[in-house]
Design a protein around this ligand. Structure first.
Ligand code: MN
Length: 231
């Protein structure tokens, strides 16, 4: 088919232990999915899950040096880190029952839901959409995807983020308010999930600011670590 423009190449995430890549379709994110973080953001910790999105090309991958280089974004003075377990969807569907959700998971990765917190807070205050605070360029640094059949214990994994060697966020995925299967069930009731979708499943407590020069090290037991330098 002739196009009037050259279509962009798909965003392609490396699959650990393979020469193949995972092509990204959409990025869904869950808000406030660890109780202590929900409380630090002003909630009760018991709300139903809610969702927002980032554009697929917000994904930022590591360079040949193994580090993802993230330019400090425009318009903000309060860039926050949110370490998250990311689920890669390998089989689409809608109204997926939690009991079937595991069949739809291709694999997992360590991700950062980078947030222009000052802009997000201003939009919240005004009742406006969060896109400018959440869906900006390079706002989704992502490590390599590990296939689900190569991971054990993902539901009880340690999830942690260090900045310049100091611990900032530390929890376990068992502390998710809505677990992976429940998240897929609720998400697929609202949207038809497709192979290639990514789901950022929420961040534990400890979100805070980073500045240019900071080195972030995110890790989840059993997955490839994510290293990001703010430049
Ligand atoms: Mn988040």
């Amino acid at each position: 088919m002739p196009y009037v423009l050259t279509p962009p190449a798909p965003v392609a995430v490396p699959v650990y232990g393979s020469a193949q890549h995972f092509p990204v379709h959409r990025i869904y994110c869950v808000g406030r999915n660890y109780a202590e973080h929900a409380v630090e953001m002003g909630g009760s910790g018991r709300e139903a899950p809610f969702f927002f999105m980032k554009p697929a090309d917000a994904v930022l991958l590591a360079g040949p040096d193994g580090v993802a280089h993230m330019p400090y974004p425009t318009l903000t003075h309060n860039l926050h880190h949110e370490i998250e377990l990311v689920v890669a969807i390998g089989l689409g569907g809608n109204n997926i029952a939690a009991a079937d959700a595991h069949r739809h998971i291709y694999g997992y990765a360590v991700g950062l839901d980078m947030t222009r917190r000052d802009l997000q807070n201003e939009m919240k205050k005004q009742g406006r959409p969060w896109s400018i605070g959440k869906g900006f360029d390079h706002s989704a640094p992502l490590g390599a995807i590990t296939r689900a059949d190569q991971v054990t214990g993902i539901e009880t994994a340690e999830i942690a983020l260090d900045v310049n060697g100091q611990s900032r966020q530390y929890s376990h995925t068992s502390q998710l308010i809505w677990n992976l299967a429940e998240t897929i069930e609720q998400l697929s009731a609202a949207w038809t999930l497709r192979a290639g979708d990514l789901v950022f499943t929420g961040t534990p407590a400890g979100v805070a600011a980073v500045v240019a020069g900071d080195m972030l090290h995110g890790r989840i037991t059993g997955l490839q670590p994510l290293r990001v330098q703010i430049i």
